[in-house]
Design a protein around this ligand. Structure first.
Ligand SMILES: [Fe+2]
Ligand SMILES: [Fe+2]
Length: 248
């Protein structure tokens, strides 16, 4: 009579904490560059898909232009404030990926995007690098997040400052809603970081024939509160100017 089959033994827990546990799949120590992320086909599909969903819902541009701009601005914010290259590069990655959750649905696109980013990057980045990236993506919208760290703060400031005419998809002004009007009226928007004064200033040039400054506050009030808190997370004060006049 043969011996009954023994159940497979589960490995005992080693007692190591997360920092000591080896990664299951070895990943390179060096961080991905923005160029490497931009060449990733899966990520490109997610960004294209996100922009299509947003177009279908009638929102402004949320594609490669927005992703690249947020990535670069997030990097600049942290480098200008004296953060190290690795932290600044993490903000670049999070900035590029922050809206990929829209490829599934607009609602909760932050947390959804974080899960998609985890799947896309888990074999390409160290887990301790990936964590602040996921947190920044998951917390970038005012409905269900806030600046939870410096990478997160940089992504919020970069994202919310992208208000510009080129994001409007409609061609005729009679069809514009308030979001289109506000974006279309923004001829220039620039986020100025003054490391010695510790200020982050959103400088807007607005065509007031198209949209009054009050409309900015109507739709951006919550975003501006989020930016103020994000700036505080970076030990800075947040300011806004419109056509040279200080609003905040
Ligand atoms: Fe978003
Ligand atoms: Fe965004």
């Amino acid at each position: 009579m043969s011996e009954p089959a023994q159940p497979a033994r589960l490995p005992r827990h080693s007692g190591h904490d997360a920092d000591e546990a080896p990664d299951v799949v070895p990943v390179p120590d060096s961080l991905l560059t923005l160029d490497e992320i931009r060449e990733d086909r899966t990520i490109s599909h997610l960004i294209t898909g996100a922009d299509r969903v947003m177009e279908g819902l009638g929102y402004t541009e949320h594609g490669f232009r927005h992703a690249t701009l947020v990535a670069k601005i997030a990097f600049n914010i942290l480098t200008r404030l004296g953060f190290d290259d690795r932290t600044s590069l993490l903000a670049t990655i999070a900035g590029y990926l922050h809206d990929i959750g829209n490829s599934v649905a607009r609602e909760n696109h932050g947390p959804t995007g974080a899960l998609l980013a985890y799947d896309a990057l888990k074999h390409r980045m160290r887990m301790d690098d990936l964590m602040p990236v996921l947190a920044a993506i998951g917390n970038h919208e005012e409905e269900n997040g806030q600046a939870v760290g410096v990478v997160s703060a940089a992504v919020i400031l970069a994202d919310k400052s992208d208000v510009h005419r080129s994001r409007v998809r409609k061609s005729g002004q009679p069809d514009f809603d308030i979001h289109d009007r506000v974006n279309y009226a923004a001829e220039q928007s620039f986020l100025r970081v003054d490391s010695s004064a510790r200020t982050v200033t959103l400088e807007l040039t607005i065509d007031t024939q198209i949209s009054q400054v009050m409309e900015y506050f109507e739709i951006f009030l919550h975003r501006m509160v989020m930016c103020r808190r994000a700036a505080e997370r970076l030990d800075c004060q947040f300011k806004i100017t419109a056509n040279g006049a200080t609003l905040l």
